[in-house]
Design a protein around this ligand. Structure first.
Ligand SMILES: C[S@@+](CC[C@H](N)C(=O)[O-])C[C@H]1O[C@@H](n2cnc3c(N)ncnc32)[C@H](O)[C@@H]1O
Length: 238
C-alpha cells in the first residue's frame, strides 16, 4: 500500500509519476459530465477528495461558489496551494479523507474522487466510499475515477501477449502490481454494487482513456486505436 509518506515523496515528480486523469485524458468526458450538472457559481459546493496538485479544482472549481480540497500528503497539497494561490474560493484541508468528511459534512453538490480509492485493504477502501457519501448532500452527485481491471487485462493481452483466460485468472480480486505496490482495480459490475452499498445510484459509467506511457509502455504495435482506461462514474446520492 502506498503510504502518505510515499505519496509525499512523489510531490516533485507528480506529473511524471502519477496519472492525473483530468490532465492526461484527451477525451471530453469529464468536462461534459461536470458541465451537464450545471453547477451554480452562486450556490454550488465542490469537494475534491484526494485533490493531488489541484488540476481538477483549477479547471472546474470556478463553476462553483466554494471548493473544499482534501489531500493527506503535505508536500503535494503545498504544490496545489502554491499553484492556485490567488484563489480565495478554496478551503484546503491537509487531512486523511474520513476525518475531513466529518469536518466538511454533507455540503457537496459535487464530490470528486479521482484515482484515490486504490488501496488494497478493503476496509480502508470502504472508509473512502463512506467519506464520499458523507460529504455529498442528498441528490447531489459524485464523480469518481478508479482503475479498471478490464483495462488492465487488455494491457496484459496486447502488450505482453497474455492469453484472455490467463489475464482473467490473474488478480481475481483486482489487486494488480503497480510500481512496487498492489493497487485495487475495479470491474464495471463491482462499481455499480459498491455505489449502491454506499447510498449512490450510478447514472453514467464510461471509459476515460489515458496514454500508454502512463502504463510505462510505448504504444504496442497491435494496439490499433486501443488505449488503457480508467472507469469514470457519475453517481447520484439517493
Ligand atoms: C493518483 S493521485 C490522484 C490525485 C488527483 N485526484 C488527480 O486526479 O490528479 C491520488 C492522490 O490521493 C491522495 N490520497 C491517497 N489516499 C488518501 C487519503 N486516504 N486521504 C487523502 N488523500 C489521499 C494521494 O496523496 C494523491 O495525491
Amino acid at each position: 500500500m502506498v503510504s502518505r509518506k510515499e505519496w509525499d515523496n512523489l510531490a516533485d515528480d507528480f506529473e511524471r509519476e502519477v496519472c492525473d486523469i483530468t490532465r492526461e485524458t484527451k477525451g471530453k468526458e469529464i468536462a461534459r459530465l461536470v458541465l451537464g450538472l450545471r453547477p451554480s457559481p452562486r450556490k454550488s459546493v465542490l469537494v475534491d477528495l484526494g485533490c493531488g496538485i489541484g488540476t481538477f479544482v483549477e479547471r472546474y472549481g470556478k463553476l462553483f461558489r466554494a471548493t473544499f480540497a482534501v489531500e493527506h500528503a503535505p508536500r503535494i497539497i503545498a504544490r496545489a496551494k502554491k499553484r492556485l494561490a490567488e484563489r480565495t474560493d478554496i478551503v484546503w484541508l491537509t487531512s486523511n479523507i474520513p476525518p475531513a468528511a466529518t469536518r466538511i459534512g454533507p455540503l457537496a453538490d459535487l464530490t470528486v474522487c479521482m484515482n484515490v480509492i486504490t488501496m488494497p485493504n478493503e476496509r480502508i477502501r470502504a472508509q473512502m466510499w463512506d467519506g464520499i457519501a458523507r460529504v455529498t448532500r442528498r441528490r447531489g452527485h459524485a464523480l469518481i475515477v478508479v482503475p479498471s481491471i478490464e483495462s488492465d487485462r487488455m494491457v496484459e493481452r496486447i502488450a505482453y501477449g497474455t492469453s484472455r483466460a490467463q489475464a482473467k485468472a490473474d488478480a481475481p480480486d483486482g489487486l494488480v502490481e503497480r510500481g512496487g505496490s498492489r493497487q485495487k482495480h475495479f470491474a464495471r459490475r463491482e462499481l455499480y454494487e459498491l455505489l449502491e452499498q454506499h447510498g449512490f445510484r450510478a447514472t453514467k459509467l464510461m471509459r476515460v482513456s489515458y496514454p500508454w506511457q502512463k502504463e510505462g509502455l510505448r504504444k504496442p504495435r497491435d494496439a490499433g486505436t486501443r488505449r488503457p482506461w480508467d472507469w469514470l462514474v457519475l453517481a447520484q446520492r439517493v
